[in-house]
Write a protein that binds this ligand. Structure first.
Ligand code: UD1
Ligand code: UDP
Length: 357
C-alpha cells in the first residue's frame, strides 16, 4: 500500500484536500494519513470544514499558530519532521502557499520524502507576499507539480522547470471540483435575514490588513458601497477583525462570522458581485457566474482578468467603488474550461499512484 501524508492547516487547504481525499479513498493501492498543523484553529475556520465536507479527522493534530512567520514555520518544521519520522510515508502532499505548505514541504524534502505540490506554478511576482515566498520554495523542493492553469505551467517553464527532472502536470483546479461537488449543499447562513440583493465581500490578505492606509481605504470604500450602492455582506476573517479593532476603524457593513463552505457556496450563488482579496474566492466567483472585483495589485489567476471576469483595483477607494458599481449584477461565463472542468482530484490521485510504481 502506497502511503501519502497530507499536510494542511489553513481554511482553503481543508476545502482543497476534501476532494482529493475522497478520490484517494476511492482508489486502490493508496492510503492517506492526514496532518493538521493547527494554523487555523477556531471552530468556524477549521472543524466546520471537516464536519461539512466529511474530511477524515487528522491522524496527527499539531497546535501551532500565531507568532511571527519564522517562528510559526520553524515550529511546524520541527514537529512535522518528527511526525514524518514516526509515520514514514512514501510521499508528502501539500496544498497552496501557506506557512503550513512550506513547513511540510521542507520537512519532507530534508528527509528525502518526495513532495507533491497542488496549486504549483502560481505566481504574483510580488516577493513581499509571504505566499509568494512559500510557493516558490515549495515548487523548488517538490518532484511532482500539479498545476491548475495554463499560466501556472508557463510560469514554471519560464523558471527552467522544463529541463529539470521534476514532473509538471496540468491537472486543473481542485477548487472547481469542490464547487461542483458541493454546490447542491448550499445553505443560507444562520443568524438573521440577509438582504435580497448584496455584494459578497471577503478581506484578509496581509498586504491589505497589515497596511493601515490600505486597510482604511478599503474600509471607507466598503462603507460607501454599503450605504450608496448595494448592501455588503462580509464574513469577517479573525485576522481582519483584530486589525480593524486595533486601528479603531468602523466597518459599517453587514458583518457576519466566518461561515462554513456550504454557507459560502450559498452566498456565492445569491450575491450580485464578489469583492475580495482572497485567492480562492476570485475563482469561486467565476464558478458561480459572478463578476469579481479584486482588492489587490496583482493576481495569480490572470486568466480571469484576461477574459474580463475579474477587475483588479488594489486598495484604491475610488477604483473599488467604481468597479463595484459598474460590475454589479454582471454575469460571467466559463466558456473555455479555464480550470479543467472538475476532474483535478482524480487526475492528481492517478498521478500519485503512477509515480509510486
Ligand atoms: C493564512 C495564509 C494565507 C491564506 C489564509 C487563508 C500564511 C502566511 N498565510 O493567512 O495565505 O490566504 O491563511 O485564510 O500562511 N486567527 C484566529 N483564528 C483562526 C485563524 C486565525 O484567530 O482560526 C487569527 C490569529 O490572530 C492569527 C491571525 O488570524 O494570528 C492570522 O492567521 P494566520 O494563519 O497567521 O494568517 P492568515 O491571515 O489566516
Ligand atoms: N470560505 C469559507 N467561509 C468564509 C470565507 C471563505 O468557507 O467565511 C472559503 C471560500 O469559499 C474558499 C476558501 O474559504 O473556498 C478561501 O479561503 P481564504 O479566502 O481564507 O484563503 P485564500 O484562498 O485567499 O488563500
Amino acid at each position: 500500500m502506497f502511503r501519502v501524508l497530507t499536510i494542511i492547516g489553513a481554511r482553503p487547504q481543508f476545502i482543497k484536500a476534501s476532494v482529493v481525499s475522497r478520490a484517494i479513498k476511492e482508489t486502490d493501492g493508496i492510503e492517506e494519513i492526514m496532518l493538521h498543523t493547527g494554523q487555523h484553529f477556531d471552530a468556524n475556520m477549521s472543524d466546520i470544514f471537516f464536519n461539512q465536507l466529511a474530511i477524515p479527522r487528522p491522524d496527527i493534530q499539531l497546535d501551532i499558530h500565531g507568532g511571527s512567520h519564522g517562528e510559526m514555520t520553524g515550529r511546524m518544521l520541527a514537529d512535522i519532521e518528527k511526525a514524518l519520522m514516526e509515520h514514514k510515508p512514501d510521499r508528502v502532499l501539500v496544498y497552496g502557499d501557506t506557512n503550513s505548505t512550506l513547513a511540510g514541504a521542507l520537512a519532507a524534502a530534508k528527509l528525502h520524502v518526495p513532495v507533491a505540490h497542488v496549486e504549483a506554478g502560481l505566481r504574483s511576482f510580488n516577493m513581499k507576499m509571504p505566499e509568494e515566498i512559500n510557493r516558490i520554495l515549495t515548487d523548488q523542493i517538490s518532484d511532482l507539480l500539479f498545476c491548475p492553469t495554463n499560466t501556472s505551467v508557463r510560469n514554471l517553464e519560464n523558471e527552467g522547470f522544463a529541463s529539470k527532472p521534476t514532473k509538471v502536470i496540468q491537472v486543473g483546479d481542485v477548487m472547481q471540483d469542490a464547487a461542483l461537488l458541493f454546490a447542491e449543499k448550499a445553505a443560507a447562513p444562520a443568524g438573521g435575514e440577509l438582504p435580497e440583493e448584496f455584494v459578497l465581500a471577503t478581506l484578509h490578505r496581509a498586504e491589505n490588513t497589515d497596511n493601515p492606509q490600505r486597510l482604511s481605504n478599503i474600509v471607507l470604500a466598503l462603507n460607501h458601497i454599503h450605504r450608496n450602492v448595494s448592501p455588503v455582506v462580509l464574513p469577517l476573517h479573525p485576522r481582519t477583525r483584530k486589525l480593524i479593532a486595533e486601528q479603531g476603524l468602523e466597518l459599517d457593513v453587514r458583518l457576519i462570522d466566518p461561515v462554513g463552505y456550504f454557507e459560502m457556496v450559498w452566498l456565492l450563488d445569491h450575491c450580485q458581485l464578489v469583492l475580495t482579496d482572497s485567492g480562492g474566492v476570485q475563482k469561486e466567483a467565476f464558478f458561480f457566474g459572478k463578476a469579481c472585483v479584486t482588492m489587490r495589485d496583482q493576481t495569480e489567476w490572470v486568466e480571469l482578468v484576461e477574459v474580463g471576469a475579474n477587475e483588479l483595483v488594489g486598495a484604491d477607494r475610488q477604483k473599488i467603488v467604481h468597479a463595484t458599481t459598474n460590475n454589479l449584477g454582471r454575469r460571467v461565463k466559463d466558456s473555455d474550461q479555464l480550470y479543467g472542468g472538475g476532474e483535478a482530484s482524480q487526475r492528481i490521485v492517478d498521478e500519485l499512484v503512477m509515480a509510486s510504481s
